[in-house]
Design a protein around this ligand. Structure first.
Ligand SMILES: Nc1ncnc2c1ncn2[C@@H]1O[C@H](COP(=O)(O)OP(=O)(O)OP(=O)(O)O)[C@@H](O)[C@H]1O
Ligand SMILES: [Mg+2]
Length: 278
């Protein structure tokens, strides 16, 4: 790539504990580049938004962070540990983009959530009382306990997302990866999720969340990564989430981006995107 990534470093990186570190990550699918020289860090107790166009490589980054795709180059560490070791310790929980899940898989909601506990079990996978308690608490937190015996494919879209969130909760990981968790959920579920995310942050966990709704970034993300195969900018939301950087991310001039023909302007031209509308 001609232009190196224009990284904007987080001013507080050094003194704070680092949860996720990605260095010079490259991923290709059958020779086609999906991620090139991606470098970023997410600190402890931080919610980091991941923003980019369709096909920008957001899901690929999540899959690389879960060890599901093999990078051609680069390193990933979680809590200072190499990725494999961190994954073995269940340090990372993942809520996938819902299109990538096989909903016909015959499994009950409670068992989906119990899967979050497998890492701490022996080979026979016989759940302990603590495991059952964690599953119950997680399902209650996402308000799905009454539906625990349903087959996962029999849930609505928003309920499925909550089931996967409960699995992540039951896992008790310090890093949560959420690939478009808000797509297709109603306003009540969205609020429930945002509250949960803020609680996770208060507990010192770190969250990387992809979203196409830019108001989420201004609403509750401390940091943001703007991505288009490579990292265009990342750092504090207030510094990085500018009209210019959004225009670089989505193409076109800032004015075009904010007033696309046929679309309601999402932001008034000249207004900084992180300021809330009056
Ligand atoms: N399994 C695969 N095999 C081949 N190419 C793939 C595969 N998965 C993704 N890609 C390609 O890699 C690129 C990045 O895809 P990715 O799913 O990471 O994008 P994304 O940012 O998550 O997009 P969206 O917002 O639509 O979810 C795209 O060009 C996509 O077509
Ligand atoms: Mg995706």
């Amino acid at each position: 790539m001609d232009n190196p990534p224009d990284l904007i470093a987080h001013p507080d990186l050094a003194p704070r504990a680092e949860r996720i570190r990605v260095s010079h990550l490259c991923v290709s699918y059958h020779g086609a580049v999906a991620l090139h020289e991606v470098s970023l860090r997410v600190n402890a107790g931080s919610i980091c938004g991941l923003v980019g166009t369709n096909g920008a490589g957001k899901s690929t980054l999540f899959k690389a962070l879960m060890g599901f795709v093999r990078p051609s180059q680069g390193d990933i560490s979680i809590n200072g540990l190499p990725l494999r070791q961190a994954l073995r310790r269940q340090a990372v929980a993942y809520v996938p983009q819902m299109e990538s899940v096989d909903w016909n898989f015959p499994i009950h909601v409670a068992n989906v959530v119990m899967m979050g506990r497998y890492g701490g079990m022996n080979l026979l996978r016989i759940p302990s009382r603590d495991d059952h308690r964690a599953v119950r608490e997680s399902l209650e937190r996402v308000e799905l306990w009454p539906l625990r015996h349903r087959q996962i494919g029999e849930l609505s879209g928003g309920q499925r997302k909550r089931a996967f969130l409960a699995r992540a909760l039951a896992q008790g990981s310090s890093v949560l990866l959420l690939d478009e968790p808000f797509a297709g959920v109603d306003i009540r579920t969205e609020r429930l999720m945002i509250e949960l995310f803020q609680q996770f942050r208060a507990e010192g966990r770190s969250l990387l969340i992809s979203t196409h709704d830019l108001s989420h970034i201004t609403g509750f993300c401390d940091e943001v990564v703007l991505i288009n195969k490579t990292v265009l900018a990342y750092g504090d939301t207030s510094e990085v989430f500018t009209e210019e950087n959004l225009a670089r991310t989505f193409g076109g001039s800032p004015a075009q981006l904010l007033t696309s023909p046929g679309l309601e302007p999402r932001l008034e031209p000249g207004r900084q995107p992180w300021r809330s509308e009056p």
